[in-house]
Design a protein around this ligand. Sequence first.
Ligand SMILES: [Ca+2]
Ligand SMILES: [Ca+2]
Ligand SMILES: [Ca+2]
Length: 262
Amino acid sequence: MARRISLFVLCAVACHSQSTPANDLAPNDAAAVDLADLSVPRDLTPLHLAFKPSGGDLTVGARPGGLATGDLNGDGAPDLVVTNMDENNLTVLLGDGHGGFAKPTKQTIPGDGPGSLVLADLNQDGKLDVAVANYKSAELVVMFGRGDGGFDVASKLAVGANPLGVDVGDFDGDGRKDIAVGSFGGGGIAVIYGNADGSPGHSDRLTAPTGVQSVVVADLNQDGKLDIAALSNKEKSHKLTDIGLAVMRPTQSTRTRWENVG
Ligand SMILES: [Ca+2]
Ligand SMILES: [Ca+2]
Ligand SMILES: [Ca+2]
């Protein structure tokens, strides 16, 4: 029987600090000296953010493994998607734009153990699609969004054992989104180049330490080419000393040549 698991949404609440104005501090107060030296305007008090739980019962599925946000139905309000590893499905929560959500809906994902996911418009039809890494069946599943919160299964692709980290970027600069998938169980990082129809095309396999837990895509050295940073736990332990960060970047503006720089 599926466990009842809730998703908590924390809404930011802005509040200004209650700090004492500079001219109310004693002359020998160190803070007063600092403020005077920095010429901080009296009305520029620090801004802090607090968070409070959003109302409503946001129940998702058994053993949720991934969470992503994006506007699935094009109403301008961010929505949430959660993968449920023990149910082989995902939960969609359509947002109302005020922190509330419609009744959760579920959709089956082919394969076994959906965990990490990323939302992106892979087929360039203006609707967000989803790429999901199936941890147990070692597949990447691409599903195209219908624009109403639902998805149509488009394709599956075999990747390295126990894929965990997924992110997207246009690595080869052809205007189509590509997908990077890290593997916790070995197999490094797969860079999968998107076809014109949004389906996964050819791929590169980048060497990375065993135990990749997450990947992020960004132009880390600002040379105009997207890089990949991967977090790995080499010994599959929870000791910080076993955890490493690898950074890979392409050596050409086009695909196939990558180097590990860290
Ligand atoms: Ca929406
Ligand atoms: Ca799309
Ligand atoms: Ca591309």
